[in-house]
Design a binder for this molecule. Structure first.
Ligand SMILES: *[C@@H]1O[C@H](CO)[C@@H](O)[C@H](O)[C@H]1NC(C)=O
Ligand SMILES: *[C@@H]1O[C@H](CO)[C@@H](O)[C@H](O)[C@H]1NC(C)=O
Length: 352
């Protein structure tokens, strides 16, 4: 499974503004910058000559609509709006498609859900998944079929995260939303035996926590941001613990709301691949829920100390424009630089 773990196929280059380069094609890439956070920067592709087997238009077939959700495929938002991309969900184009994207949860029910006809020469089969391994059954169905991976894992061929940070052009003064409450958690899937519910049960003995979601205080999706923004802390507790599995629970519910995330998920070190160390509180930083609770109460009384958790926002801002179309458009753009041969022999060994 070495093949899947190699650095992804996107070319790494820094933006060089070549105004007079007529052939330049504006692409978007996730470039690692010095502080190791993943930042979106606009890059100019001049000559990525070392790879680029597909120089013509790329036809990408969505084998299924993800979870059945349909949306227009002809409107790729900037900066993924390459004129050389054609996205389609029309299976009659199978034989002409350069790549076929399989959304795991739509095809993992049975092997019959994968194409039964031969694969045209050179066609990439792309495995797309945003769920964690705990919720991704039958990975072995994909053995010896898949060429490229597309997921929230940084080491995917096509990296499709739930959110990322962008750099502010000039430093800004972020205004912390007004706070009137201490801690909130929005949870739709209440599993009594999960680590996160057990941790919550312990934590709630020491501090008040408002729970929103199914079986709790109702909260419409459009209201999440405004409601959560009134809380000093938001419990960004992931439903399962896996490498790089950091979801909208951090990016949207906490960061976009302007609430300080208390995270339960992969290690602190893993979070720090994505976000600054002083932007969040990790449950593992404390020996017990009780000690975490007393730290939160301490911050509640000390505005200056609480505000330290927002310092990073002068330079960086969270982006969480996760929509299906953005991911498919990004895939198409990156496919222009896919290696001519690649295979992921066993996803199950890597996606854990
Ligand atoms: C931000 O706030 C500081 C201190 O209040 C002030 O000196 C600075 O000019 C402000 N910067 C901007 C961009 O508003
Ligand atoms: C894709 O993977 C399959 C299965 O390993 C392989 O037969 C095919 O040649 C690969 N295609 C490309 C374009 O890498």
């Amino acid at each position: 499974m070495k093949s899947v773990q190699q650095p992804s196929l996107r070319c790494h280059y820094f933006a060089i503004f070549l105004i007079q380069t007529l052939v330049a094609l504006v692409l978007f890439g996730y470039n690692r910058i010095s502080n190791n956070h993943i930042i979106n920067t606009v890059s100019i592709e001049t000559n990525c000559t070392n790879s680029s087997p597909i120089s013509k238009n790329v036809v990408v077939l969505l084998w299924t609509w993800p979870f059945g959700a349909q949306f227009p495929l002809d409107k790729c938002p900037k900066p993924f709006d390459s004129p050389r991309c054609l996205l389609t969900a029309d299976r009659s184009l199978y034989n002409t498609a350069n790549a076929v994207i399989f959304h795991h949860r739509d095809v993992c029910g049975s092997k019959d859900q994968m194409p039964q006809m031969p694969r045209p020469e050179g066609q990439y089969w792309v495995w797309y998944n945003l769920e964690s391994p705990s919720h991704s059954p039958n990975l072995h169905f994909m053995d010896k079929l898949i060429n490229l991976t597309m997921s929230y894992r940084i080491d995917s061929d096509i990296f499709t995260p739930y959110g990322w940070l962008e750099q502010n052009e000039v430093a800004i003064n972020y205004t912390i939303p007004e706070k009137s409450k201490l801690a909130a958690w929005l949870v739709s899937n209440w599993n009594r035996n999960s680590k996160r519910v057990q941790f919550y049960e312990d934590l709630k003995n020491y501090i008040p926590i408002d729970i929103y979601g199914r079986q709790h205080i109702p909260l419409a999706t459009e209201q999440t941001i405004s409601v959560v923004s009134k809380y000093k802390f938001y419990l960004s507790f992931e439903n399962s613990i896996h490498t790089d599995y950091v979801t909208e629970k951090l990016w949207r519910n906490a960061f976009v709301s302007g609430s300080v995330p208390v995270v339960l998920g992969p290690t602190r070190e893993n979070y720090e691949r994505f976000i600054p160390s002083d932007s969040f509180i990790h449950v593992d930083d404390f020996p017990s829920a009780k000690e975490l609770a007393s730290y939160l109460l301490e911050l509640d009384k000390n505005d200056q100390k609480y505000q330290e958790y927002f310092k990073w926002r002068s330079k960086l801002r969270p982006v969480t424009e996760f929509t299906w179309i953005v991911h498919y458009c990004k895939a198409c753009v990156e496919l222009h630089n896919a290696p001519s041969y690649r295979t992921a022999s066993s996803l199950g060994k890597w996606f854990t």
